[in-house]
Ligand binder design. Sequence first.
Ligand SMILES: Cc1cc2nc3c(=O)[nH]c(=O)nc-3n(C[C@H](O)[C@H](O)[C@H](O)COP(=O)(O)OP(=O)(O)OC[C@H]3O[C@@H](n4cnc5c(N)ncnc54)[C@H](O)[C@@H]3O)c2cc1C
Length: 484
Amino acid sequence: MIALRFPALLTELRRLLGDANILADHAELVVYECDGFVVEKNSPDVVCFPRSTADVQKIVTLCNEYDVPFLPRGAGTSLAGGCLPVGGGVMIVFTRMREIEEINLRDRFAVVQPGVVNVWLTNALKGTGFHYAPDPSSQGACTIGGNVATNSGGPHTLKYGVTVNHVLGLEAVLSDGSLVRFGGPVEDFLGPDLVGLLVGSEGTLAIVTKIWVRLTRDPQGYRTMLGIFDSVDDATAAISEIIGQGIVPAALEMMDQGIITALEQAFHFGFPLDAQAVLLIELDGLEAGLDEQRDRVLEICKRSGAREVRRADDPKERLKLWKCRKQAFGAIGRLSPSYCTQDGVVPRTKLPHIFRAIIAIGEKFGVRIVNVFHAGDGNIHPIILFDERDAAQVRKALDAGHAILEECIACGGSVTGEHGIGVEKIEFMSKLFTPDDLAVMRRVRDCFNPESRLSPGKLLPTAGGCGMEHKPTVQSKPGRRAAL
Ligand SMILES: Cc1cc2nc3c(=O)[nH]c(=O)nc-3n(C[C@H](O)[C@H](O)[C@H](O)COP(=O)(O)OP(=O)(O)OC[C@H]3O[C@@H](n4cnc5c(N)ncnc54)[C@H](O)[C@@H]3O)c2cc1C
């Protein structure tokens, strides 16, 4: 524990932030030893809850003085081990920097602290005619700081893009404790796009302490519908056809039979339990033309073999449908004690292939896999079910997940659409990028984070390594504990 190895650091942190904003007892730290990727665990030595940017600067400065690694954490919903404190050290948790500082409708921006939960901004904007577009399925828990770090997407990414398309400016503390601000309330195209660089850098370049986000006008109308299919191939054919016809739905989500069963048990929406796939399709925009587009989509679904199509024009039914979709992961708890959500991307036309490959991989490794996809943009989320207490099952789940990602690469896709690399997928970086590509990324990281004290062991493999190593700082907890 830091209390033993670095008593002076702990004393200074307590003096700086007050006892109420520090955790250092083993029992309290257990909560922070992993995030949504439960397969690997390592405890931080101390958890700090800053209440201001100045607090963050002071914590970082102290960590540098004591040569201790540190990393930021939002709500800990990362599914890739982004919050794993590799090497222990100081975890800076943003749940007490949670103010929406400004909402400016005339200039269409809002300013938030990083610990603001995504849905709080949605709720604050209700009735104003504007919204914040990125809406990860975890939006009821995840923070906007975490969204920025992982460049989060969500069901509406297909039409509205990912987080980087909605961030106008950032204030951030660098790894040496200095404070920078890039961008702000207005579109600013001066010089290199450093906002773009920081978004998606998974906390390895800087710690974000304030965010200026773009507000988007609410669409005039929505048309939400379901296509119910007896085969996944038919459902994926419908997806290709809808997009091929030049229709860009706001969302186009696919759920397979395993998920449908779990959802039905949880929400009793009336999904037919024998359906092999359900498409949730939402169109939005100007009222004029929406009905015509909806009819075209329904027609395409029928032509592609949908056995039933349903409309959810009633706002209450629409909300219920989205509740089902957004809580799909929660419903998995009915199927299995633990699960690992993969996050690959394939070209849309490869969806039938990857789906068949996932079934074959599940059979090969003897694991059950259920699927919920952001199908419109080819972003798959196979959910591998296992029991964390059984090492053999954990091994099989990891192997199956890796086999799925290998297949995504073979299809010309990628190993993450939105969850990031974290520690989970670090070894895949050298499969996706050449040594020269990785060397450039490392040089960029070294520019911002030369000692690698900030978020060590994440995102980028060390040259020739697997990412478990990082530059030798004093490590209080070097051992990562896999559940194997
Ligand atoms: C049920 C469920 C559904 C999900 N659905 C989606 C989805 O639809 N789309 C999607 O994109 N993701 C999804 N995710 C993944 C996850 O919610 C996102 O990656 C989210 O952005 C993480 O936010 P967080 O606040 O939990 O961040 P954390 O998990 O706490 O951190 C994630 C990463 O961000 C870094 N970080 C956190 N705060 C800061 C900061 N202030 N400055 C710099 N770096 C920081 C951390 O170090 C870490 O690397 C889902 C997860 C779950 C559990």
